[in-house]
Design a protein. Structure first.
Length: 78
């Protein structure tokens, strides 16, 4: 699924998405949705696509992305 990042700096064709703790992030950026394009290389490794102040908000957003995918969406804008 194509994901347009929260900061509008990248579009990534993601194979997987996950919520992770963003160690060292600012107060409003403690959790992140990280996308992976598959084989981790310099060009298509893991990338932070969006940041959130808490885990619940990040997980709720991940749920919305899954619902969009489940309903046939080919892309999602964070």
């Amino acid at each position: 699924m194509l994901i347009f990042s929260q900061d509008k700096n990248q579009i990534m064709d993601c194979k997987t998405l996950s919520v992770t703790k963003n160690y060292g992030g600012k107060k409003e950026d403690k959790f992140a949705i990280v996308g992976s394009a598959g084989i981790a290389t310099e060009l298509n490794g893991n990338r932070i696509l969006a940041s959130f102040p808490d885990e619940k908000t990040a997980l709720d957003t991940l749920e919305k992305i899954f619902t969009a995918f489940e309903n046939g969406a080919k892309a999602y804008r964070l």
